[in-house]
Design a protein around this ligand. Sequence first.
Ligand code: ATP
Ligand code: MG
Length: 283
Amino acid sequence: MLKVAVQKEGRLSEKSIGLLAECDIKIIQGKRKLIGASEDYPLEVLFLRDDDIPQYVADGVADIGIVGENEVLEKDKNVKLVKRLGFAKCRLSLAVPQDIDYKGLDWFNNKRIATSYPHILQKFLSEKGITSKLEEISGSVEIAPSIGLADSIFDIVSSGSTLVSNRLREVEVVAQSEAVIIASPTLTKEKQALLDGLLFRIKTVQQSIGNKYILLNAPNDKLAEIIKLLPGMKSPTVLPLHLKGWSSIHTVVHEKEFWSIVGKLKEHGAEGILVIPIEKMII
Ligand code: ATP
Ligand code: MG
């Protein structure tokens, strides 16, 4: 069994279980709510706090984990980053009160910075030759300057609205983060094979994102022009319609391209255009 650590409750939990579900791996949460199993894949899910996931994976209690890159960088454990997942995107930034006339990193010399990420921050400050006093707190970092606990903060930012509502301004981006899969560096052959199988499923799901299956009817004398607009995966399927002089074209198109070519398809006489979602793509 591959033991997978996922966040128990929070921003990553639903998406992590959702990702497994998209891979046709449904998780049944047993009576012991901390462990879930699946009938679809030899896999067991451990529900944990995200802070603990890198440690559990490094210790081999879990074989792999789905966690934010920010926690991986902060905990700095012996784990392998095996896949970036593209959700829970955010950055780790330094922010100062809006009324500060900020001119550069030197401002942070001898200042107090509140953060839940002291390791990442200290590494960054040392590299830049800045000496600050770090105030480590585990949550609600953004209120630290207004209650007089710190002069500035270092925290996760995504839209920036939390900063604005606390009258703070983002001044330096230190690191980017997204959800990732980490693995223990000492997986057995069998577990590695299970992980490879899971990564293959994730790839087929990710490949299909944004791609649509498109069907349309085209007059035969315009087939060449229409096919040029729709190269598809290898080449489109062309089937004769019962009505003489017409064909049906089936192919795959990315949604970004779809809107730029739909007008041209119609100019060439295409009719009855259907766009259908694709669940998985194996290229
Ligand atoms: P836990 O109780 O498990 O310790 P937490 O409160 O530390 O949870 P959450 O707020 O649920 O963590 O966030 C989990 C992860 O989601 C973060 O570590 C980060 O990678 C990502 N994340 C946090 N805030 C945002 C955001 N605003 N936008 C995108 N991703 C975010
Ligand atoms: Mg946490």
